[in-house]
Design a protein around this ligand. Structure first.
Ligand code: SF4
Length: 339
């Protein structure tokens, strides 16, 4: 049995050049209680209206850091820029689902589906043209001249990845394969960048998606969301249309072929930390995936950095995220980092 109390208190490492990811080892209490107001990692933001369906956070109360900036569309329809802590800098996102289609309804989702979409279908040709133009803009140094970026270190303005992501679940897009093909062509003509698919995993077994995945190189990555280890917890946090079993089997399907990154967002819900039993279940699912042959190169543990549209969730302190990462390391023997 794991003895959480024997783990020594200490900061283990801070990622080079910026305080982005932190490994922190602290004793793990058997029962997690209320979220503490004082958090090393985040400042809390206060709900201004708890009524369901109304915006929960006042923009002025959102923490202002390079990593918390909202998407910057730079005048594009499908390509946006973000400074991402998990990407360790500048990431260009491809909005594969401009129609906001998703088969999850995560409690912390930042996409407001009450607002009609600006676009309804991804135009692959426009995507490719915008991606080429935006990369050229970054490479020319013009991004760094814009007021929002002028004060950022050049290290953060280096293009780290192009992310297949956006306002919904990318693997549900009917033109997923064509989108990957277009991005891969831009890369072939204009210099290498890493491609990262952000997915909730539910469509990874679709033939169209499988064909798209075949276009990825070894340097590209697939980041799959897994926010819990029991159906009841996932129902509470992600409210998915598909069973947890399906998500786990798809992680296994892809993870047996190529390494995957598991990204796990843990919010506080109604001010409560996730129960220890749920974290334990989550770590056990990871252990089972590994035992089943899934190559999991990293587990990313984080809490939402920007406010969503629901008032029930909040940020978890770094202390709690670090405890979750420690449980993953000890239970599943996987590399786990806190972002
Ligand atoms: S899977 Fe992503 S897009 Fe879908 S509801 Fe969750 S956070 Fe939002």
């Amino acid at each position: 049995m794991i003895n959480f109390y024997k783990v020594e208190d200490k900061w283990a490492k801070i990622v080079k050049n910026s305080t982005i990811a932190v490994w922190l080892m602290v004793p793990f209490p058997r029962k997690l209680g209320k979220v503490e107001a004082s958090s090393i990692q985040t400042e809390s933001v206060t709900p201004v209206n708890k009524k369901k369906g109304t915006p929960a956070y006042h923009p002025a109360q959102v923490r202002e850091t390079a990593f918390d900036r909202p998407r910057d569309w730079l005048g594009n329809r499908f390509i946006y820029a973000v400074i991402s802590s998990r990407a360790t800098g500048l990431s260009l996102g491809v909005n594969i689902n401009p129609d906001k289609k998703c088969n999850f309804d995560c409690s912390y989702c930042e996409v407001d589906r009450r607002i009609p979409s600006r676009e309804h279908k991804l135009d692959v040709e426009v995507l490719a043209a915008e991606l080429r133009k935006t990369i050229a803009f970054i490479q020319s140094g013009k991004l760094a001249e814009l007021p929002s970026y002028r004060t950022l270190p050049s290290e953060l303005l280096r293009l780290r990845q192009v992310a297949l992501s956006g306002d919904g679940e990318p693997t549900l897009a009917t033109n997923f394969m064509e989108a990957v093909q277009a991005v891969v062509r831009v890369r072939a003509l204009g210099g290498f960048f890493k491609l990262v698919l952000y997915t909730n995993g539910t469509g990874l077994d679709h033939p169209n998606v499988q064909r798209g995945l075949e276009l990825l190189t070894k340097s590209d990555e697939i980041w799959i969301k897994l926010d819990g280890g029991s159906q009841s917890f996932v129902d509470k946090v992600n409210r998915p249309d598909v069973p947890l079993e399906k998500i786990l089997s798809n992680i296994l399907l892809v993870g047996r072929i190529r390494p995957v990154v598991i990204q796990s967002l843990f919010p506080s819900i109604h001010g409560e930390e996730p129960p220890f039993e749920e974290i334990r279940e989550y770590a056990l699912r990871l252990k089972e995936l590994k035992a089943g042959g899934a190559q999991i190169s990293m587990v990313q543990i984080y809490s939402a950095a920007r406010p969503g549209i629901n008032s029930e969730w909040g940020h978890l302190p770094l202390r709690v995220l670090s405890q979750i990462a420690q449980t993953v390391r000890q239970t599943a023997g996987l590399r786990a980092e806190v972002f």
